[in-house]
Design a protein around this ligand. Structure first.
Ligand code: PLP
Length: 419
């Protein structure tokens, strides 16, 4: 069966034919291809077409697909049983590895997705401080728990007032533009005693990649400390990607709580939240803040995640960052030569090519980019075997599996695009 036939069948079985909205490729006026194999830097669809991957499952596969060490760890774990619903050595070993790389996570809890991690961290912040309100940034995406679906980024930005989210739930969500410290200050001036936490993507990845301006993260840290609120870094994308110790290592700011996902699962469904011991001990069964999970600490996911983190410590992050910069500089130059203004945002192995003649520092500016031009670009890159995220407001990822030849082929494809 080809992708078209699978999609036709999928449309009869799943809303929009997908299990996550962006996969429907609506924002690039296209249809999904169905993938049946992935190895290294490549994907193959059901028709055998090969693509150079820049999505990597939306971030997790920083080593590329089927890294032999991660694969072997997962296989070995499966041979001991795929789920126990009981304590297992793998969860302790992965937690130890995470703590080594992110020392601010003195204690942590494993969950099964980024959404669960952020949702639970918010509940913990509220339980710990006894306050209900929190600050989130317009265009940041923290998964799909109700409280975060106010001016959320990624696919959620298309449905700003998501039906099904009670007004009462989001009435506690205070919004600010990303990089606008003054707006956060105003929230604290007006409601400082009621704000449990500020949650932020320390380098935002869900309205395209948007870098924190100098002083922004430090300003948030200071405001939270001053007002007794917790600072939560949502490092679901940035964790282990921007540096082995995530954005907090790269920018030198220590949050009270951190949420993780994607890379820590080595391609399996894992999330994690953690932070200061004193705060984490508010979690049940030590404290009263409830959270639980049938598959939390799943032995296969724990083994894959640990192997992934161990492998990453042998990898040359600065070299990948430099190679990614050379790639994106050239991609931008090619587009400019075709008369398309481009602004490139890059941090480590994450980047966005905005079709814009101005820098993008927040959601308003991201929303002003030429997404129709991106859609034309995306479709022609796909036709030439380059798999980019199917929306202009997402970031792209390079991996340690990409070769220089892969980058050269990507540039060849870009040179052939016609607008
Ligand atoms: N937080 C951030 C920053 C994300 O980018 C995402 C997903 O892309 C999430 C949370 C939610 O993670 P998940 O899709 O695993 O629920």
């Amino acid at each position: 069966m080809d992708s078209k036939s699978f999609y036709a069948k999928a449309l009869t079985l799943m809303p929009g034919g997908v299990n996550s909205p962006l996969r429907a490729c609506k924002y690039v006026h296209s249809e999904p291809v169905f993938i049946e194999n992935a190895k290294g830097a490549y994907l193959w669809d059901v028709e055998g077409r090969k693509y150079i991957d820049y999505v990597f499952s939306w971030g997790p596969m920083l080593l590329g697909h089927q890294d032999p060490v991660v694969n072997a760890a997962a296989h070995a774990a499966v041979d001991h049983g795929s789920s126990y619903g009981a304590s297992c050595p793998g969860e302790v070993l992965l937690a130890e590895e995470i703590q080594k790389l992110i020392p601010s996570m003195e204690m942590m809890r494993m969950v099964s997705s980024g959404t669960e991690a952020t949702m639970s961290a918010l509940r913990l912040a509220r339980g710990y401080t006894g306050r209900d309100k929190f600050v989130k940034f317009i265009g940041n995406y923290h998964g799909h728990a109700d409280a975060f679906l106010a001016a959320a980024g990624s696919a959620a930005s298309i449905v700003p007032g998501t039906p099904g989210v009670p007004e009462a739930v989001i009435s506690h969500t205070l919004l600010a533009q990303y990089n606008d410290l003054e707006a956060v200050k105003r929230h604290f001036e007006e409601s400082g005693d009621d704000i449990a936490c500020v949650i932020v993507e320390p380098c935002a990845g869900n309205m395209g990649l948007v870098l924190p301006e100098d002083g922004f993260l430090q300003g948030l840290r200071d405001l939270c400390t001053e007002h007794g609120a917790l600072l939560i870094f949502d490092e679901v994308i940035t964790g282990f990607r921007l540096a082995p110790g995530g954005a907090q290592e790269r920018y030198g700011i220590t949050p009270d709580l951190t949420t993780l996902g994607k890379i820590i699962g080595g391609g399996f469904p894992v999330g994690c939240f953690g932070g200061k011991r004193e705060i984490m001990e508010y979690m049940a069964p030590v404290g009263g803040v409830f959270q639980a999970g049938t598959l939390s600490g799943n032995p296969v996911a724990m083994a894959a995640g640990r192997a992934m983190l161990q492998r990453l410590q042998e990898c040359d992050y600065p070299a990948l960052e430099a190679r990614t910069k050379a790639l994106t500089d050239e991609m931008a130059a090619i587009l400019r030569a075709k008369g398309k203004p481009v602004y490139v945002a890059q941090a480590g192995s994450a980047f966005t090519l905005y079709f814009s003649d101005r820098p993008v520092t927040n959601m308003v500016e991201s929303g002003q980019c030429d997404y129709d031009a991106f859609a034309v670009y995306w479709r022609q890159m796909m036709d030439r075997g380059v798999y980019l995220a199917p929306a202009g407001f997402e970031c792209a990822f390079t991996s340690f599996a990409h070769s220089d030849e892969d980058f050269e082929k990507t540039l060849e494809a870009a040179r052939a695009v016609e607008f």
